[in-house]
Design a protein around this ligand. Structure first.
Ligand code: MN
Ligand code: MN
Length: 309
């Protein structure tokens, strides 16, 4: 039998990484590939809401891959965000909507990157091209991913293609994006059961540039002050992460999904980079308010990576 291809999203998976790996696996099957979705970490509460709503199983957890394992990457391409063992795996395809960084293969591959708000929007269009029917379950997976990544179309990363996909998927699923989406996003803001160490790792992404290691971690909330009230214990957890993982800069982003603002806490030897990137001073709590900023990918990582040169 032809060897199985694993379809994976990034570490600390978000709703797009989880939903898109399932959606992509079905598209790959349609093209005759023996594909299986897998995840690189626990699902968050927002994604849990989606799976409870659909009453389906989450993808299998994997921690590393063996040499020669065939992979399809969705929702990422950077090495630091991918599976352990990827260097010796065989990447067959990438479907992504992020910057392309440190990506190199020895053999040709399919690489589909679009500057859309969500991987699932790219896949939605690929299903249509392939003439593959989108049922309610797959439609809900796509819709959930797009709502999550675009913060219900409020993020500056949201494109016309994302909006169009959401409206078509509303018809397919019978769901109202505003109602279902708000409930889903709200489910993801419940941090009460997590330890500080868990909170700072829920949606953490690692970036490397010029030998500097940066982690940008983000949580969604309906009340910034509520999360900020845990500042002392969060700082303690961040400092531990910085020394354990030899991080130069750790930025913890608390994003208000209702008012579309973020407050950041920046720690580490290179925290001055944040002041340079956003042309503002960190206050006595090592924090800074970023008005109108909600997107790590478009509004936080680029100015920061720019000042590292
Ligand atoms: Mn993602
Ligand atoms: Mn995404």
């Amino acid at each position: 039998m032809e060897s199985q291809v694993l379809v994976i999203g990034h570490k600390n998976p978000d709703t797009d990484s989880i939903c898109s790996c399932i959606v992509m696996a079905k598209l790959a099957e349609h093209y005759g590939v023996n594909a299986k979705p897998a995840r690189l970490g626990n699902i968050n509460k927002e994604t849990e809401y989606v799976f409870k709503h659909l009453n389906i199983e989450e993808p299998e957890l994997i921690e590393k891959v063996d040499e020669g394992q065939k992979l399809i990457l969705v929702d990422h391409n950077e090495k630091a965000q991918s599976v352990e063992g990827r260097d010796k795996a065989k990447i067959m395809a990438v479907i992504d909507h992020h910057r392309i960084a440190d990506f190199e293969t020895t053999e040709p591959l399919y690489y589909l990157a679009k500057p859309y708000g969500c991987t699932s929007t790219i896949l939605f269009e690929e299903y249509k091209k392939a003439g593959l029917e989108i049922d309610k379950v797959y439609g809900t997976l796509m819709l959930s991913a797009i709502i999550s990544d675009t913060l219900l179309m409020k993020s500056p990363t949201c494109t016309e293609n994302d909006v169009k996909a959401i409206h078509e998927l509303e018809k397919i699923t019978g769901l109202k994006a505003d109602e279902y989406g708000l409930e889903m996003l709200k489910a993801g803001t419940d941090l009460s059961t997590y330890s500080s160490q868990e909170v700072i790792n829920l949606d953490a992404k690692e970036f490397e540039k010029n030998g500097k290691k940066i982690i940008i971690s983000q949580v969604n909330t309906a009340d910034i002050d509520d999360v900020f009230s845990r500042r002392e214990e969060l700082e303690f957890a961040i400092e531990k992460e910085i020394s354990d993982k030899k991080v130069d800069l750790f930025i913890f982003v608390i994003t208000d999904i209702i008012n579309t603002n973020s407050k950041i806490i920046a720690l580490g030897n290179e925290k001055a980079l944040v002041e340079k990137a956003f042309n503002n001073k960190l206050d006595e709590f090592d924090s800074m308010m970023l008005n109108g900023v909600v997107s790590r990918k478009k509004q936080i990582a680029p100015p920061l990576l720019d000042v590292i040169d």
